[in-house]
Design a protein around this ligand. Structure first.
Ligand code: GRF
Length: 202
């Protein structure tokens, strides 16, 4: 089977990128990472790409006049690397409709909360502040909203009495690192079927 060409968009530490890099190193994994693109030049994720011998590019949103211009440039970079599917891995920018249309095979994201609870930034902190007893992560397809696309997979973790944002975030991230590659595997084996809001596995 030919491996799907992924583009991974990052802004920060890139621990989810690392989980995808590790998954792609397994012989039967149905995807490879063609390029990593960061909007933040100092993101540690870029170093992870470099160590893995993966092409990387920095595209700073601040250098563009509008969101549309930025999205167009991003599409150009991803296409120049042959990318057909996009994974967001801590990419702290919203993507517009033009970007999403450019990748009809889809864009996937991992979010540190059990959507539809706690969308947006600081999912773990929101769960903690709310007093939730269970937290977790969600892998979903990206649509034009903030963390509103169809849910592919979720995993739960307990919120413990002594948790801080950091300890809860770490417990959630352990699950992200397991769940995101699993979802990408199903996607790239063309085993995900989207029917309206519902995603089933075939
Ligand atoms: C993750 O918690 C992910 O859910 C969210 O951003 C964070 C990125 O972390 N979208 P990392 O850069 O992958 O370590």
């Amino acid at each position: 089977m030919s491996r799907k060409a992924l583009g991974v968009l990052v802004s920060g530490s890139g621990s989810n990128l690392q989980a995808l890099i590790d998954a792609c190193s397994v012989a039967d994994f149905p995807a490879r990472i063609s390029v990593v693109v960061s909007n933040v030049p100092t993101a540690f994720a870029l170093e992870r790409a470099r160590r893995a011998g993966i092409a990387s590019e920095v595209l700073e949103h601040k250098k563009f006049g509008s969101r549309t211009e930025y999205d167009e440039a991003l599409v150009g970079v991803l296409r120049s690397h042959g990318v057909t599917r996009v994974c967001l891995a801590g990419f702290m920018r919203l993507l517009g409709p033009g970007f999403l249309r450019a990748f009809p095979e889809g864009v996937m994201n991992v979010h540190p909360a059990l959507l539809p609870a706690f969308p947006g930034v600081h999912g773990a902190k929101q769960a903690l502040d709310y007093g939730a007893k269970v937290a977790g992560c969600t892998v979903h397809f990206v649509d034009e909203g903030t963390d509103t696309g169809p849910v592919i997979a979720q995993a739960c973790v307990p919120v413990l009495p002594d948790d801080t944002e950091a300890t809860l975030q770490a417990r959630i991230q352990q699950e992200e690192h397991r769940l995101y590659p699993e979802a990408v595997r199903l996607w790239c084996e063309d085993r995900l079927v989207v029917q309206g809001r519902r995603v089933r596995t075939k």
